[in-house]
Design a protein. Structure first.
Length: 338
């Protein structure tokens, strides 16, 4: 019996390690003089694309890669995305991506099109006509879409429906774009907002890190932010090789916190040792993990957070320098909007 249990654990671990998931890279500006928190320098972006190419990782259109990852893909793939449709994407990133032959997706907040620093409709139309380029929805006004504490349900529904659908209509009418891909402004979402995407049969992408796998929720999918602070080459290889954490997304909590600091309860694979799990909290570094049982752990930061958005990032070694990766985003609605 003991040998059988050990064999089953080894087979389960091998099955997890054999999986290949989709890594989505998320960018805003590709520029040397735009705000550092949302910018990737030109030299770093060029080096990142070179690393993807050197590693031999297939770069695929976002929708295709997402569908295959959710179904259970047999090869590691990468997708590249840009939020907000800044003009540096057209001027700098697009030519470099074209040189590599990499497809990519631009998420557009449609009210900003043509403003200073953003692409024009003509530029977006040019990109949308190129092979492998997808133009997708980032809302009309780039507003904070989660229901505000002082906002009634009727006003919230009206506000959010208008922002989602007005952007979708503009993109379809002007560019004949695919309306089924959506990136949450600021990476903020909750279960109510997820339901709106699910009802529309849209894919929803956040800004929490990690790859997409069969257990991911199609309305809260992760992407790896690639701004200068997070996209350095020293850690990029680990992110490109990462595997989706084998926890069903519907077992994860809503992102809106009820207490500060919030608690995250995880059930690990039977083949795993809880002591090998490592978790970090935004701005606090590595945090302690409480082992609640043979395969259950509790993750909680040692003190409250003072920001509107923050994360718990957890990794578990998968062998050969690869890691299972999970990021739980949190949202404190008592903090002011950006």
């Amino acid at each position: 019996m003991l040998k059988h249990s050990l064999l089953m654990s080894l087979l389960a671990a091998a099955s997890l390690n054999a999986r290949a998931d989709l890594v989505v890279l998320q960018y805003h500006h590709v520029n040397d003089s735009t705000p550092p928190s949302t910018s990737t320098s030109v030299s770093l972006f060029r080096a990142q694309m070179k690393m993807v190419e050197t590693m031999g990782l297939p770069v695929v259109p976002l929708k295709e890669g997402t569908r295959k990852a959710l179904e259970g893909n047999d090869r590691k793939e990468v997708a590249i995305t840009f939020d907000d449709a800044y003009d540096s994407v057209y001027e700098t990133a697009a030519p470099l991506l074209e040189d590599h032959g990499f497809p990519y997706t631009v998420f557009v907040n449609t009210d900003a099109v043509g403003r200073n620093g953003y692409m024009t409709w003509e530029q977006l139309r040019t990109l949308s006509g190129r092979p492998g380029v997808t133009i997708a929805n980032h809302s009309a006004d780039h507003g904070h879409l989660v229901q505000r504490p002082d906002e009634n349900a009727e006003d919230w529904n009206r506000r959010v429906d208008q922002s989602l659908d007005r952007a979708s209509d503009a993109l379809q009418n002007r560019l004949e774009s695919d309306p089924t891909l959506f990136a949450y402004p600021y990476g903020e979402f909750d279960v109510q907002l997820q339901k709106k995407l699910r009802d529309r049969q849209w894919y929803g992408y956040g800004q929490q890190s990690g790859p997409i796998g069969p257990g991911s929720d199609s309305t809260r999918m992760p992407r790896f932010p690639m701004a200068n602070a997070y996209g350095q080459l020293g850690s990029l290889k680990s992110k490109l090789n990462s595997l989706a954490f084998p926890t069903e997304a519907n077992a994860l909590p809503d992102s809106v916190i009820r207490s500060n600091p919030p608690a995250l309860d995880l059930t690990l694979s039977d083949a795993w040792s809880p002591k090998r799990l490592t978790c970090f909290a935004s701005g606090m570094g590595r945090i302690e993990i409480s082992i609640e049982g043979q395969n259950r752990v509790n993750v909680e930061a040692p003190r409250p957070f003072d920001s509107r958005r923050f994360r718990y990032n957890c990794t578990y070694p998968a062998g050969n320098g690869h890691f299972f990766w999970l990021s739980q985003p949190w949202l404190d609605l008592s903090r002011p909007e950006d």
